[in-house]
Design a protein around this ligand. Structure first.
Ligand code: FE2
Ligand code: FE2
Length: 326
């Protein structure tokens, strides 16, 4: 049972609780003695740990793997931040734990988000598109969807992140419809938004601790192709589904990344596809930038260069007093 959380650990505390094993590897100290470096985590954070006993380090390096959950016994110490000196480590049966306690989870309430998702998608009036939505988001798939991640690291990379991101995209699309809705088909845009990243259910190992990409995700073109294949099957099962509508929806999925070098199979060629791409980009970029700011530990007013964003971010609150140049 989970009794101690990473965010509550303090120097000097004795630990005896389950943690997720994120990474581990043997290393040698200055005297050539082997020790084990371990990265532990739970839904509240990550912490480094060390197994200094060479015999225990050797045996754990063979018996424990990343992705496992284990009961860790040891002491919290201060060393370049907090660290656990591990004295005992016993693998736990994954079936006995709630894996969501051991991995990043989004802060928003997934029940509330799912209710809003249903309220927005419930506004789709076209019977074929409504049939597509209900045959796609079955009760079983909804349960997978509410716990899924949207990415391994870049944006919305947490349990519940796919629902959070998809809902943000839907909300942005609702705003676009409010402002420039006369140009667009609301039913097509909202259906495309709801389904645009559905392929992520199969692109990432949604039951794993750190959401590795699956073989299917790596071999079959990622969530763009997996998602297109999914909706193609669902549309084919709906009698009389209009061909041009099917073509348009497949295009929304294939083009939502906007540019070929961002993973789009095709650039957006319809107004709805342009709108969906911009809504998707806005949700992803803001979340990504917020993550860069959160992970900054220094008090500098500039973050480290982030190669996903392609820039550093400026933090106005941390800026030193400086006379403007004009
Ligand atoms: Fe995507
Ligand atoms: Fe997306």
């Amino acid at each position: 049972m989970k009794t101690q959380w990473v965010k509550n650990l303090q120097p000097g505390l004795q630990v005896a609780s389950n943690f997720g094993i994120y990474d581990l590897g043997l290393a040698k100290n200055k005297n050539g003695a082997k020790y084990l470096k371990v990265t532990l985590g739970d839904r509240t954070g990550m912490i480094e740990a060390r197994v200094w006993d060479p015999a225990l380090a050797e045996s754990l390096s063979r018996g424990i793997s990343p992705g496992d959950v284990a009961i860790i016994g040891g002491t919290v110490v201060e060393f370049n931040g907090l660290q656990i000196n591990v004295e005992t480590c016993t693998k736990t049966d994954r079936a006995q734990v709630d894996i969501d306690d051991y991995r990043r989870c989004c802060e928003q309430d997934t029940g509330v988000m799912l209710a809003r998702f249903k309220a927005i998608t419930g506004q789709v009036g076209d019977p074929f598109l409504q049939a597509l939505l209900s045959s796609s988001f079955t009760p079983e798939l909804r349960q997978q969807f509410r716990r899924a991640t949207a990415a391994r690291v870049i944006h919305h990379a947490c349990c519940g992140g796919l629902l959070q991101h998809t809902l943000e995209v839907l909300e942005y699309c609702m705003k676009i419809l409010e402002i420039q809705g006369a140009l667009l088909s609301p039913d097509v845009l909202l259906t495309g938004a709801a389904l645009h990243d559905i392929g992520k259910l199969w692109e990432y190992d949604q039951e794993g601790l750190d959401f590795q990409r699956t073989d299917a995700g790596r071999l079959l073109g990622g969530h763009v192709i997996l998602g297109r294949d999914f909706i193609r099957q669902r549309m084919a099962a709906i009698t009389g589904f209009p061909g041009p509508l099917a073509l348009h929806l497949e295009h929304l999925i294939l083009s939502h990344h906007g540019q070929r070098d961002w993973g789009a199979v095709e650039e957006p060629h319809t107004l709805e596809a342009i709108a969906l791409h911009q809504a998707d980009l806005l949700s992803a970029r803001l979340n990504q930038a917020a993550g860069v700011l959160r992970s900054q530990t220094s008090s500098s007013s500039w973050t480290q260069y982030d190669h996903h964003l392609g820039c550093s971010l400026y933090v106005p609150d941390r800026a030193a007093e400086e006379a403007p140049p004009w």
